[in-house]
Design a binder for this molecule. Structure first.
Ligand SMILES: [Zn+2]
Length: 361
């Protein structure tokens, strides 16, 4: 490795991905906090022993810290957050960003070999005065030659368009996913573990909207990504007929629509209100019913979970080519035990949880 020094940028990234402050790293590596700060700003370099201590405290290989810079990492401005809570601690947001960058680097390096079967084109589609999110969603469905019904597998679609989809514990349930598109690299969507399948699919559609429409953060982007997702999963010209005249007594009909369209009942009700198939008063009554039934926490009618396959396939290809787990960990810039835990063990299953463990008797 040329000029084997640690890069301050990589030390900061690995620290943030752990959800640590500079003080945490100082404590765990036995350094002064001032030194951590100087190292991260590039004002001080680590000697061999310091590098060993910092890498071991952060549980990363020394090679990661000596990467110079994160050439394939995402720009912070490309990270779009789907925050359910409006407030998130800075350290948590940094952790999710850092994690996304590290996972993105690992995935990019593991998938470096050319892949076959990526057939769906994906290009940015800027919004404009005459271009609404739903226009972009409708155009994408047409460009991808999708049949006019429900989306059968959202994850497979994204993967066929070259998007890396990874399910990981984000360490906060205030955020369902994060996505980004590094210059010259593959778009990545990191989804929080444990989302029910309907929310998982909606989240992917929402993130797809961000990837297409948003390069820089702005205030409207959450509602725009939701409008994109709603049209992509429930195209107005098809769903309107099905939702027209819906009454609050018809939860059976909603359950049937949920099974067919693979979206939550809550999303269907939302869509019905958006398309003015129900009045604002009816919408309110629906929401009250959902609360009464406890369905705002967990809906009946679990869907089959979708599993990302692309990274898994790339890893299998490496293993079949005779590469060892240690070699793969090195490619992924991870310690072997971390690599095993996140990518090889059965508990590392990319499946989102089929059901959430809820209190229902
Ligand atoms: Zn979002």
């Amino acid at each position: 490795m040329a000029d084997a020094g640690a890069s301050g940028q990589m030390v900061a990234l690995a620290r943030e991905a752990k959800g640590w402050t500079q003080q945490d790293l100082a404590k765990k590596s036995g350094m002064a906090q001032g030194s951590v700060s100087k190292i991260e700003r590039g004002h001080m370099s680590l000697d061999e022993e310091g590098l060993e201590r910092v890498a071991s405290a952060l549980e990363v290989p020394q090679t990661l810290l000596c990467m110079g810079e994160a050439p394939l990492a995402l720009e912070a401005t490309c990270l779009h957050h789907r925050r359910r809570a409006s407030r998130m601690a800075v350290v948590t947001a940094k952790k999710i960003e850092g994690l996304t960058q590290l996972v993105g680097m690992s995935a990019q390096r593991l998938m470096e070999e050319p892949e076959s079967g990526l057939v769906l084109p994906l290009h940015r589609q800027p919004l404009g005065p005459d271009v609404a999110p739903q226009d972009i969603a409708a155009k994408l469905r047409a460009d991808w030659g999708m049949s006019p019904g429900p989306v059968s597998n959202m994850t497979e679609l994204l993967e066929r368009a070259g998007v890396t989809v990874i399910v990981r514990q984000l360490g906060s349930d205030a955020q369902d996913a994060v996505s980004g598109w590094p210059p010259g690299g593959n778009p990545i969507v990191l989804v929080n573990m444990g989302l029910p399948p309907d929310r998982f699919r909606f989240t992917l559609a929402h993130e797809l909207g961000h990837l297409l429409m948003h390069e820089l953060p702005d205030d409207e982007q959450e509602s725009q990504a939701n409008a994109f997702a709603a049209e992509f999963l429930l195209p107005a010209d098809l769903i309107q007929i099905e939702l027209d005249g819906l009454t609050v007594r018809q939860f059976g009909r909603l359950a049937e629509l949920k099974a067919r369209w693979k979206v939550s009942i809550a999303a269907l009700i939302q869509r019905a209100a958006q398309l003015e198939c129900i009045s604002p008063t009816q919408f309110k009554s629906f929401r009250i019913r959902l609360n009464q039934y406890g369905w705002n926490r967990r809906e009946p009618g679990d869907l089959v979970p979708e599993a990302p396959m692309r990274l898994r396939t790339a890893i299998d290809r490496h293993l079949q080519a005779g590469r060892t787990e240690e070699e793969l960990a090195e490619i992924a810039l991870m310690l072997p035990e971390q690599f095993r835990r996140h990518y090889l063990e059965p508990t590392a299953s990319p499946l989102p949880a089929a059901t959430s463990t809820n209190e229902e008797p």
